[in-house]
Write a protein that binds this ligand. Structure first.
Ligand code: MOS
Length: 723
């Protein structure tokens, strides 16, 4: 059994020693470096581009304007935007690419980009906070939901709580910026790209360039973090491919940290309008949750944060609605813990406030409103052990005993808070194969990625479990669209989808090998590098011998994970008899220095009901990372925006605080309830990565209230809000 073992990462050493090669590290002969020239205004028209001075710079080869680019074919999701830049002079947001400088060196390209003279006819623009508010068309289903009579139920409620909770725009800021190298050989295009799903890039770049997808190969050896910024396909990837075609040479584009702010999305600022009603006994009678956030002028991005309020607590009446504010900003996108990450900031803050109003312990209040079935549909859960997660988390934290704990530590006033964690389940189909060769080598082959989440560790682990091999003898080959089409690396979906396809491929390889060895189907057992009959493994043969005896060089087992109706996507088990979600609870202790307004995380416990855990070490790392991400949301992160100029103000990591080691205590405990979900995936696993980031901000605000008596309803909780 290798599933369940806390195996270390096989890619860890390469990554920390700098040996791992990312997209921009690929060596391609004769390439040109590209630098984007971004629009300096959020709205208007480029009427002229003068590249003469740039071209006079040593090493600059080309200055490309819209007129030099091919006319792109129509694109739709997973393209992040439908209106591609450099097709005409239109400027829709600040930083939108309007020209590309190609040069022999990166320095020359960047120097040249600074020398391109733009003539712009500016136009009035709608800034963030001054846009047009609209009800968007539903992209992931309807944007409103009603159960029962929420208005009447709220008005009749004994206890009522109405409040607005706000959060700022935030950027993903993965360590590795987005980067693309485009290489044409005749009509065939190879892209080395930093992505979370290469097949999306293949499809969209092919559509934009009017070529067949088979002509596009996307290779992404490693991805240095994504957090959602590399999930959809962004214009710079298409522009790089087009520039290479126009120039007749390979082209490499690495977005600068500043360019990451306007070219690969962000999490939009949001307001949650919450109204909760409860009876005298503390039972919820109404949940109302409306979300409004900014989006681009060209496309409606909808962050379905209200999903949290349809799926977390039992209530006879529920109303949710989404609105967007269309402004001259770049396109927002999903960011780590989409939907419930922001949604539970609103819902769990309101729940905490209502629990206090009712006079119940916040944990008891949540237990009293426990959803035994899906509150929106009434369907049974595929699995749910949230009650155990609450209890075990409370015990590990000492929640019930907190009244007896000291409330001071020097200048620090201490506070305790908790919140429910939950995520929906995004599932995607996936294919994989497992190749066993006579020389004893075993490879798992699937075109997925490892963005730091541990897929390189757990997929070999899953195959090794079936094949009875040490996991370090199984290698994962990934990140290439020539491989069987693996599922994406977003939406906390990889273990369910890709993992299940690897499981099936390994089982198929075992069956094929068994047939070669004349073993009856269903009775094949593999262990310690040998294959034999169930109960009689002593008489088994080494795998290599089985192949050689049969005169076969290799066997290739194939595996698939499919969704009902062969759908390309399934949210929360829709269309199946069960609703699939993950659950948990997070408990937080903070210290507040009320004089200086300082806020510190002192310890945290995360306790989760999220299906079977494949690797406790990587799983723990995922949840710890989630809590740290949540702390950043709670206490630090905001991308300041300049309304007059219509642009991001601080386009670098110096101006945007994110948690570093000094912000995070070592006392973060992670616990998983023992669980197997047969409906989510044949592995029994569900998604875990993003779950850890949910609930944290609300738990922190609750702890701050406990310490100070102050309710903070706007993130991040910075010193100015605490003094
Ligand atoms: Mo995550 S926003 O699903 O990469």
């Amino acid at each position: 059994m290798s599933i369940g073992e806390p195996l270390p990462r096989p890619d860890g050493r390469d990554k920390v020693t700098g040996r791992a090669r990312y997209a921009a590290d690929q060596e391609v002969a004769g390439l040109l470096h590209a630098a984007l020239v971004g629009a300096p205004t959020p709205s208007g028209t480029v009427t002229a581009i003068d590249g003469r001075e740039a071209l006079a710079t040593a090493g600059v080869a080309r200055v490309l304007a819209a007129a030099d680019m091919p006319r792109f074919g129509p694109v739709a999701p997973p393209s992040a935007v439908s209106k591609l830049p450099m097709q005409d002079g239109t400027i829709r947001h600040e930083g939108q690419p309007v020209a590309i400088v190609l040069a022999e060196t990166l320095e020359a390209a960047e120097c040249g980009a600074g020398l391109v003279r733009l003539t712009i006819e500016p136009a009035p623009f709608r800034p963030q906070g001054g846009g047009e508010v609209a009800v968007p068309p539903g992209i992931y289903g309807p944007v409103t939901f009603t159960k029962g009579d929420p208005d009447a139920a709220f008005l009749a409620a004994e206890h009522q709580h109405i409040a607005e909770y706000r959060q700022p725009s935030r950027h993903h800021n993965p360590i590795e910026p987005s980067a693309t190298i485009a290489v044409w050989e005749g009509e065939n295009l190879t892209l080395y790209d930093s992505v979370q799903h290469g097949y999306s890039v293949q499809a969209i770049v092919a559509a934009a360039l009017n070529i067949r997808p088979e002509r596009v190969r996307v290779i992404s050896p490693h991805t240095g973090g994504g957090f959602g910024a590399k999930g959809f396909v962004w214009p710079h990837e298409i522009l790089t491919a087009a520039a290479a075609r126009v120039a007749g040479r390979p082209v490499k584009l690495v977005l600068s940290r500043a360019q990451m702010y306007a070219n690969v999305g962000f999490q939009p600022n949001m307001v949650h309008r919450m109204a909760l009603g409860a009876g005298r006994n503390g039972r919820l009678t109404a949940i109302k949750h409306e979300v409004e956030h900014v989006t681009a002028l060209s496309d409606d991005f909808v962050e379905m944060a209200t999903a949290a309020s349809r799926g977390t607590y039992a209530s006879p009446a529920i109303f949710t609605a989404q609105k967007v504010e269309r402004a001259n900003v770049n396109m927002p996108t999903a960011m780590r813990a989409p939907w419930e990450g922001p949604g539970l900031w609103g819902l769990e803050s309101a729940i905490d406030e209502l629990a206090h109003a009712v006079g119940q312990d916040p944990l008891d209040f949540r237990l009293a409103n426990y959803a035994e079935t899906d509150p929106a549909t009434g369907k049974p859960w595929s699995s749910k052990k949230l009650r155990e997660a609450y209890e075990e988390g409370a015990r590990l934290f000492g929640w019930r005993e907190r009244a007896g704990r000291p409330k001071r530590d020097g200048p620090w006033t201490l506070g305790f808070g908790m919140a429910t964690c939950s995520m929906g389940a995004f599932r995607f189909p996936s294919q994989a194969q497992v190749r066993i060769k006579a020389d004893g080598s075993v490879t798992v082959e699937t075109g997925c990625h490892d963005i730091g989440t541990g897929t390189l560790t757990i997929f070999p682990q899953i195959a090794a479990d079936v094949l009875g091999l040490p996991p370090d003898e199984v290698e994962l080959i990934m990140g290439d669209t020539r491989l069987p089409q693996g599922g994406p690396t977003y939406g906390s979906s990889s273990t369910m989808g890709v993992g299940a396809s690897v499981l099936r491929a390994a089982e198929n390889a075992r069956e094929l090998l068994g047939r070669l060895a004349n073993l009856p189907a269903g009775e094949v057992v593999m262990k310690d590098g040998r294959i034999g009959r169930r109960g009689g493994l002593g008489a088994g043969v080494p795998i290599g011998d089985a192949l050689r005896t049969a005169g076969v060089g290799e066997v290739v087992g194939k595996g698939r994970f499919t969704l009902p109706g062969d759908a390309p996507f399934n949210a929360d088990g829709e269309g199946t008899p069960h609703t699939i979600r993950t659950f948990g609870a997070v408990f937080i202790e903070v210290g507040v220095d009320c004089e200086l307004g300082l806020l510190r995380l002192r310890r945290a416990v995360g306790s989760y009901s999220a299906g079977r855990v494949i690797n406790p070490r990587t799983a723990r790392a995922q949840m710890t990372g989630g809590i740290i991400w949540g702390w950043g949301m709670a206490a630090m992160e905001a991308s300041p925006y300049e309304k007059k100029l219509g642009r991001w103000l601080s386009k670098n990591l110096a101006g945007v605080a994110i948690p570093v080691n000094a912000d995070i205590p070592s006392d973060i405990q992670i616990h998983f309830v023992d669980e197997f979900d047969p409906h989510a995936s044949p592995l029994g696993a569900k998604g875990i990565g993003e779950l850890g980031a949910t609930g944290v901000a609300a738990a922190v605000a609750s702890a701050v209230f406990d310490a100070t008596g102050k309710r903070i309803r706007e993130l991040p909780i910075t010193p100015g809000k605490l003094v």
